[in-house]
Design a protein around this ligand. Sequence first.
Ligand SMILES: Cc1cc2nc3c(=O)[nH]c(=O)nc-3n(C[C@H](O)[C@H](O)[C@H](O)COP(=O)(O)OP(=O)(O)OC[C@H]3O[C@@H](n4cnc5c(N)ncnc54)[C@H](O)[C@@H]3O)c2cc1C
Length: 289
Amino acid sequence: MRLSHFDYHAPETVAQAIALMQAKPGARLMAGGTDLLIKMRHAGLKLQDVISVKSIKGLNTITVDENKGLSIGATALLADVALHPDILKYYPTVAQAARGTANAQVRNMGTVIGNLCNASPAADNAPTLLAMNAEVEIHGPGGQRRMPLEQFFKGPGITALQPAEIVTAVHAPKLAPHTGTAYISLSARGQLDCTAVGVAAMIVLKGKACEEVRIFISSCGPTPVRALKTEAIARGKELTEAVIEQAGNQAAGEVKPIADVRASAGYREKMVAVLTRRVLSQAYTRASE
Ligand SMILES: Cc1cc2nc3c(=O)[nH]c(=O)nc-3n(C[C@H](O)[C@H](O)[C@H](O)COP(=O)(O)OP(=O)(O)OC[C@H]3O[C@@H](n4cnc5c(N)ncnc54)[C@H](O)[C@@H]3O)c2cc1C
């Protein structure tokens, strides 16, 4: 199917991008276009104006700061995040999620921010950043603000962005000592395939007990699901096999997945239990190291 005609805009500053969005109601931002152009070409999305963020200077920055933590700019490529030495060292699960997204060609066009703003419940880069309590930085006509990523997703393809707003970066805080993270996703083909079930966890240990636990499940609801009751089971406890077993069972009860081309609802529920056990175990081991 051919793309229908649209006007392509390439602002060089965030202010220009915001002004263009105000001047062209209905316009959509584009980073790598690996989601947007597919929707325009194959899913009937017709746009009069597309505003590329790729020419905006400084948005491709990735920083890992000893105090401020991790920042990934809006045009930083999935490939650059996957291979960034400091991300591999200090935020290995973020690198893993980026590396597990699509294939090399797509990772060299697509961005982490595009993955988040696309707001697919299956997005591979969301659960880990949610587990780490990341925030998105948003610029718009009303100025600049930060929003917890947890408040950002409103439904499939729907975010909390207001008209003419742009996400300029995602920030993950500096991780406390004795923090462990893990992310496991399943899909039919394993790679180049939308995630059928994904679970991410972050654990902060105090001694042998979990002082903090955050668990997010993807592809099992209209947005990534936070497994609050499962977190409560693990919080304050040493993660023995019995606790991990109980947590897995609870997690399966916290989702109401649908059946679709990727998996049946029953399979998803069962896999939520299995993956939750595995990510808790992995995160706990990493936090203990
Ligand atoms: C073959 C193939 C395989 C794929 N495999 C996977 C996979 O395994 N896992 C996975 O999660 N995804 C996968 N995807 C989806 C896609 O590649 C990712 O979601 C990618 O990260 C999107 O980034 P992008 O920069 O291309 O986004 P774009 O397509 O440019 O944008 C996506 C959406 O975000 C909005 N947007 C972009 N940037 C901003 C911004 N700065 N502020 C506000 N809104 C913005 C756009 O308007 C659009 O709605 C795959 C895609 C393809 C084509």
